[in-house]
Design a protein around this ligand. Structure first.
Ligand SMILES: [Zn+2]
Length: 496
């Protein structure tokens, strides 16, 4: 990179949380100097499923067997129990994952269509600089090349950009995504390690799994038909409490119907993933390969009267996602029960790719390698997890901090306060997720010391200074949103 200039992204403030970034853009040619047997040229397979809340997967204790394929893979790797996205919406979440920066610092917040500033070095760019071939097949227009998410990829296949299909298959469904992945495998070069990102979309609303999956779980022993939701076709999904015209499926009003459909989408996607993994194994692509699985956010399925959407509130339904790292022979199977942020994904992957990180840090993230090995934490930095969420105006986002089972929400905007703290004018909520996973009992008054400690932590984090090294020549242009991208985003409910 040519003489980087420095840009200060947020005003100077108390340096109690100050991620070190100096030197982090320098890619070392040295292999990782760790005890684990990490092959120098590990392939990286990143699989993500949009809108997948952790607690609807069997491996996280869900009563329905939604995810046998993922469960089996996770059981061979290191699974994180308390993984938290940095913003529960597709664009902001992936921007945070791939740049290892917080939304408050990278500016990708709330809405669809904010182009990713090219000054941020993305995971694929760093891997490409390290000699990797980089490929992606993605199903959600929120990560379109129009918004610069293709930076660093040799191949970037967008499902919604493909020609119309004669067979009636969902063009963004897992079956088609698998086909698209298979169609690029012949492009892979044998002499380079690969980075492949496959992003599925099936669990995202509308919940319309194909064929026999549409009836899966309907009326089973876990089906709850006691909860009826008011339907009101004069409203939209932005009105709380009832189902608007853009949410009603088959005229149904039982909550259980929608939950079963959502679960069936997961099961369909899980079954399709098995087929793709079979293809990979048949081609020897799973050897010397780190597989990482996660999601960009969860989904609210009626909790707090918030139906079939995500992004508006920082509740766990939307923040808590699955996360596991699978690398037989390198990573011993285990479960990590401390909070963890997806902002750490990129530094972790870079370490597996042999990039030397100063103190394990990369931008605002930190490699999870020690945690993957089960090492005791060093240093005094707690495993807090920070997130933002909301539909409010600039700087009125909800700020969330989690420490173990305690979770604090600072809700600055009145509309959100009503649903989070129960009272407009009250900005603070504290929940004990161990005893109250549904986040129904606000403990701010009952546990004032914990609330105050986490409020301070949230403020220190939010004001924390962050500098990003920028190659001025790499500052790129904004791109126009393509018509097909616009259509798909509309169909997904992102655009009015
Ligand atoms: Zn998403």
């Amino acid at each position: 990179m040519s003489s980087p200039s420095q840009i200060r992204c947020s005003p100077a403030a108390p340096r109690r949380f100050s991620p070190g970034v100096a030197g982090c853009l320098v890619l070392s040619l040295l292999a990782i100097g760790c005890g684990a047997k990490v092959p120098e040229r590990s392939n990286i397979l990143l699989i993500t499923m949009d809108t997948l809340r952790a607690d609807h997967l069997s491996m996280y204790g869900y009563e329905r067997p939604t995810s046998p394929v993922l469960d089996a893979l996770a059981a061979e790797g290191v699974r994180f129990d308390k993984a938290q996205v940095q913003w529960p919406k597709t664009g902001p979440s992936f921007a945070s994952i791939f740049t290892a920066t917080y939304p408050k610092n990278n500016g990708i917040v709330r809405k669809i269509g904010i182009p990713l500033p090219q000054k941020f070095l993305m995971l694929a760019e760093a891997l490409k600089a390290r000699g990797y071939q980089t490929h992606a097949v993605v199903a959600n227009g929120a990560v379109a090349s129009d918004f610069n998410f293709d930076q660093g990829f040799d191949t970037y296949v967008e499902s919604w950009q493909q020609p119309p299909r004669a067979d009636g298959a969902d063009p963004n469904g897992a079956g088609v995504i698998n086909e698209l992945v298979r169609s690029i495998l012949d492009k892979f070069e044998d002499d380079k390690p690969y980075f492949l990102w496959v992003h599925y979309l099936d669990p995202h609303f509308p919940y319309t799994p194909p064929g026999e999956y549409s009836e899966l779980y309907q009326g089973d022993e876990h089906f709850d038909d006691s909860v009826r939701i008011p339907l009101d076709p004069t409203k939209t999904k932005y009105d709380m409490v009832r189902l608007g015209r853009d949410q009603i499926l088959d005229g149904r009003d039982e909550l259980g119907f929608y939950v079963a459909r959502y679960d069936a989408e997961i099961s369909y996607n899980d079954a399709k993933l098995a087929e793709l993994l079979e293809t990979f194994r048949g081609r020897g692509m799973m050897e010397n390969t780190l597989t990482v699985f996660t999601s960009d956010h969860g989904e609210s399925l009626g909790e707090h009267y918030y139906y079939f959407d995500h992004g508006r509130f920082g509740f766990q339904t939307c923040l808590n996602v699955p996360l596991f790292f699978h690398y037989p022979g390198v990573l011993e199977p285990r479960v990590d029960t401390d909070p963890v942020m997806l902002i750490h994904l990129t530094p972790t992957v870079l370490e597996f790719a042999g990039v030397e990180l100063a103190d394990g840090e990369w931008m605002q993230g930190r490699s999870l390698m020690p945690r993957l090995r089960g090492e005791a934490p060093t240093g005094d930095r707690p495993n807090y997890a920070y997130s933002e969420a909301g539909y409010g105006q600039h700087d009125k986002w909800q700020r969330i901090v989690r420490d173990g089972d305690y979770k604090f929400i600072y809700a600055l905007e009145g509309g959100a306060q009503r649903w989070i703290t129960g009272e407009v004018g009250n900005a603070f909520a504290l929940f004990d997720l161990g005893n109250d996973p549904g986040e129904t009992e606000n403990l701010v008054d009952a546990q004032p010391e914990i609330a105050e400690r986490l409020f301070r932590a949230s403020n220190d984090w939010y004001r924390g200074e962050f500098e990003v090294l920028v190659d001025a020549a790499a500052e790129g242009e904004e791109r126009e949103m393509d018509e097909k991208t616009r259509e798909q985003l509309k169909a997904l409910g992102y655009l009015n």
